[in-house]
Write a protein that binds this ligand. Structure first.
Ligand code: Q9C
Ligand code: ZN
Length: 320
C-alpha cells in the first residue's frame, strides 16, 4: 500500500516577493520552491501516491478562526490587483507576512490538504502526508503570522478530535503559538512542542516551559524549549521524553506538525540536525504505533527539503 501524499499546485498562487524584518526587506523565505522540491524528490523516488485535496466548506475554517479575521483575509486578498502585495496591519502578529491576490485561495487549499489527510487517517490509513503550504502553526484564532494564515494542523486535529483522542506533536524549529493557543483550555487534544528557546527566536512571546495549559486544559500543553546549536545527540533524548508524554495521553491519532527548519543549514533556523537524523525521528514516532497525519510546516533550505521529507517518511512508514 502506497503512502497517500495530499498535494495541490494552488500554493503557487501565494508567492510574495519580499518580507519586512527589522526595517530590512529581504527575499520571502517561505517560497513555492519549498513544496515543489519535496514534490519532485518524492515523485522521482516513486515514494507514495499523490492525491488532490477535496474541498471543505469555509465554515470549517471558521470553526477555529474568528469569522472577522477570515473575512478580512478573504476580502483584502481577493481585492488586490495582480502584482499587488499587501503588508496588513490588522489581524497580524508580526511584520514578515505578506498578502497577494492568490493568498486566500492558497491558504484555503492548504487547509483542504490537511483536512483531506485527516479524513484518510480517520478512515483507517496509518500514515498520511499533507503537503501543506502556506504553513499553519503560527496562525491564531484571529491572526496571521510567521508565514501562516490558517492553522492547518489545528483545524485537522479539531476535526479528528470528534472521533478520538488527538495528540499534536510539533517538531518545527519555532514554537507553534497558534496551535498552543487554540487548544490551551482543552483536555481532549494534547499539544507537545520541541523548539528553539523563544527568548532568542520567533515567536518570542510563547513556547516557555511554564506554559502548561489552563482550566480544564491544565496539564495538556507541554513545551520543550532547547538552546541554539542543538544537534542530533541532544535532540534525541528530548524527543523520547516528548513521545513518552504523547504515549501517556493514550491518543488514537497523532498530528505531526513537521518543520524541517531544525536542519543544520536552514537559513532561518539555528539547530544542527543532520539530514539522516530525520529518519531516526520518524522511527521514534512510528514505534508508538499510532495512526499519524503529517502536516508540513516550515523548512527553508530548499535543496535539502526533499531528502529530509523522504527520510522522515521512511522512518514513519510501516511497510518499508
Ligand atoms: N528574516 C515557520 O517556520 N522569522 N515560520 C523570519 C527571517 C519568522 C517561521 C526572519 C519565522 C517564522 C512556519
Ligand atoms: Zn518554523
Amino acid at each position: 500500500m502506497k503512502l497517500p501524499i495530499i498535494y495541490s499546485d494552488k500554493h503557487k498562487l501565494h508567492a510574495p516577493p519580499l518580507e519586512i524584518y527589522d526595517d530590512l526587506k529581504e527575499e520571502y523565505s517561505e517560497k513555492p520552491e519549498r513544496i515543489e522540491a519535496i514534490h519532485k524528490k518524492l515523485t522521482e523516488e516513486h515514494f507514495g501516491e499523490f492525491i488532490s485535496p477535496l474541498e471543505f466548506p469555509e465554515e470549517v475554517i471558521k470553526s477555529m478562526h474568528h469569522r472577522a479575521y477570515v473575512d478580512f483575509l478573504s476580502t483584502r486578498s481577493r481585492n488586490l490587483k495582480e502584482g499587488e502585495v499587501l503588508y496588513p496591519s490588522y489581524f497580524i502578529t508580526d511584520t514578515y507576512i505578506a498578502v497577494t491576490p492568490g493568498t486566500y485561495t492558497a491558504a484555503v487549499e492548504s487547509v483542504n490538504i490537511a483536512l483531506t489527510g485527516a479524513q484518510k487517517v480517520l478512515n483507517g490509513e496509518k500514515l498520511v502526508y499533507s503537503l501543506c503550504r502556506p504553513p499553519g502553526h503560527h496562525a491564531e484564532e484571529r491572526s496571521m503570522g510567521g508565514y501562516c494564515f490558517f492553522n492547518n494542523a489545528s483545524i485537522a486535529a479539531d476535526m479528528m478530535s470528534k472521533k478520538g483522542r488527538v495528540a499534536i506533536l510539533d517538531i518545527d524549529f519555532h514554537h507553534g503559538n497558534g496551535t498552543q493557543n487554540m487548544f490551551y483550555e482543552r483536555s481532549d487534544v494534547l499539544y507537545v512542542s520541541i523548539h528553539a528557546d523563544p527568548a532568542l527566536k520567533y515567536p518570542y512571546k510563547t513556547g516557555y516551559l511554564d506554559e502548561v495549559g489552563k482550566g480544564i486544559g491544565l496539564g495538556f500543553n507541554k513545551n520543550y524549549p532547547l538552546p541554539l546549536e542543538t544537534g542530533d545527540a541532544e535532540y534525541l533524548p528530548v524527543l523520547r521524553r516528548a513521545l513518552q508524554e504523547v504515549q501517556s495521553f493514550n491518543p488514537d491519532y497523532i498530528v505531526l506538525s513537521a518543520g524541517f527548519d531544525t536542519y543544520e543549514k536552514d537559513p532561518i533556523g539555528g539547530f544542527k540536525l543532520t539530514v539522516p537524523f530525520y529518519e531516526a525521528i520518524g522511527q521514534e514516532i512510528k514505534a508508538l504505533n499510532i495512526s499519524t497525519l503529517v502536516v508540513q510546516e516550515g523548512g527553508y533550505a530548499v535543496d535539502a527539503l526533499g531528502d529530509m521529507a523522504r527520510n522522515l517518511l521512511k522512518g514513519l512508514s510501516f511497510t518499508s
